[in-house]
Design a protein around this ligand. Structure first.
Ligand code: GDP
Length: 454
């Protein structure tokens, strides 16, 4: 256990039903008792774990700061694994700050960012991947992102890593035994068996790494641009997907002169949606600037919604757009289906085509379904194990490299010692992933990114 007893406001600063001040450490209960008095007269130190007391928090003159409920957790059965008291008062910036100040006067030190979770990790309550998932849960911006983090919190990454680690440890132990007793006929000690185990680890590491991009798309959103020549209905579609008037809609061509951006959840998919200026040839300097930006957006987009007006024939601007999107992941939207059809669908080529009337909202569900379908084909489900940050990916990449090196060493007939060194490197990288073997610097770096109070 750590020597300092720490405290922080655990709820967001602002007006709310309740605000919670969390105290953790050996002296948490003693500190809380100095500023909290139960209406029943019962002392907090007489309470068992998970027991609450209703009373008041008072200042150094005995004046009441607020009514409060103090909830006691006894080590090791708490979030941090230490004694913890959570004091719930009325939510409000002033009250929570006053109570925190009082708790600090009574002997607690102000917690640094992520210090509660860091203590939970250091006290063996969580491994590093689970600790990181806490941050993912707090910052989740959609259901799928929360689900991924919940999976990591429940130990999915730890379990998959453990699985690879066990195979590597088995390989390392067998290699050592084989080196010591090369002439003994011990079952499973053969180069074929080492090779099989390393192959299995290789496949599993690759699979884990491949989950990272999906996780990033789910957490941070897919960059999606709405493109098309002026007046085809891009802004109307943007507004339809946003459920509000984010873009200005007029029948004057060139109204959207810059890129308008918004984050929208379409089913399980989060889109970083950009409504771009209509792409066409223009002499207007400001409009040209918008067109250049739109072209840039097409280049960077992971998904394009290319819009065409079904009530007008395909012209040279449309054809130019079709040419520029050939290699992109794209849904073609044939808009204005409420008007008499003129455009021939066959001219739009190989793309998935969704017909809508953005003005009337017809085809909206089909468009949402298409976005989900197209994005998910290359996506795995949030129910799978997903690596949730760059650090985790880096650890598994290093493990994969070391496993590859071990396989190469085995194939090239290098000494088993050389193979063993590579296997040890792979083990070290995975132990760093779960935090079983991690330097203080790495540990500090990880928890620094947490908010204070978590
Ligand atoms: P943008 O320049 O491509 O962004 O096009 P806007 O969204 O500004 O729309 C241009 C014009 O087309 C406006 O007058 C819209 O009301 C109209 N419009 C957009 N969608 C539809 C549609 O589905 N049907 C019809 N009839 N008009 C539409």
């Amino acid at each position: 256990m750590s020597e300092r007893t720490i405290a922080a406001i655990a709820t967001p600063l602002g007006e709310g039903g309740i605000g919670v001040i969390r105290i953790s450490g050996d002296d948490a209960i003693t500190v809380a008792e100095k500023c909290f008095a139960a209406f029943s007269g019962e002392m907090l130190s007489s309470l068992g774990g998970y027991q609450a007391s209703y009373g008041r928090v008072f200042d150094k003159n005995g004046e009441t700061l607020d009514d409060a409920v103090a909830l006691v957790f006894r080590a090791p059965k708490s979030y941090t694994g230490e004694n913890v008291v959570e004091i719930s008062v009325h939510g409000g910036t002033v009250i929570t700050r006053q109570v925190l100040r009082r708790v600090l006067e009574c002997g607690a030190a102000l917690a640094t960012g992520g210090e509660f979770t860091k203590r939970a990790f250091l006290n063996g309550k969580l491994d590093l991947t689970k600790a990181e998932s806490v941050m993912g849960l707090i910052s989740a911006r959609n259901d799928a992102a929360a689900k991924i983090s919940r999976g990591a919190r429940e130990g999915r990454i730890s379990r998959d890593t453990e699985d690879i680690l066990n195979k590597l440890l088995e390989t390392a132990a067998s290699l050592a035994a084989f080196a010591d007793y090369p002439d003994e006929d011990i079952p499973n000690l053969s180069e074929e068996n080492f090779s099989r185990l390393l192959d299995e680890c290789h496949v599993k590491c690759e699979k884990l790494i491949s989950t990272y991009d999906t996780g990033r798309a789910i957490r941070e959103g897919i960059n999606c641009a709405i493109v098309g020549k002026p007046n085809v209905g891009k802004s109307t579609i943007m507004n339809l997907l946003c459920g509000s008037d984010r873009s200005i809609v007029t029948d004057i061509a060139g109204t959207t002169r810059d890129v308008v951006e918004n984050v929208v959840n379409v089913g399980d998919i989060m889109l970083n949606l950009a409504d771009t200026a209509g792409i066409h040839t223009t002499d207007d300097t400001v409009e040209k600037f918008g067109v250049d930006k739109a072209i840039q957006k097409i280049k960077n987009a992971e998904l394009l919604l290319a819009v065409f007006d079904s009530s007008a024939p395909l012209d040279s601007d449309d054809k130019q757009l079709l040419d520029s999107i050939q290699d992109k992941k794209c849904i073609v939207i044939l808009n204005k289906t409420d008007l008499a059809p003129v455009l021939n669908k066959q001219d739009l080529g190989k793309f998935e085509i969704i017909e809508i009337s953005a003005r009337q909202g017809d085809g909206y569900n089909e468009l949402c379904a298409a976005i989900n379908r197209v994005c998910k084909t290359e996506m795995l489900s949030p129910d799978d194990t997903v690596l949730i940050n760059e650090r985790q990916r880096d650890c598994v990449c290093r493990a994969l490299q070391a496993v590859s090196a071990a396989r190469d060493a085995l194939c090239c007939g290098m000494t088993l010692d050389a193979v063993g060194v590579c296997v040890d490197d792979a083990i070290a990288a995975l132990l760093e992933l779960t935090g079983k073997r991690v330097t203080n610097e790495v540990c500090d770096e990880i928890f620094k990114r947490f908010c204070v109070g978590k």
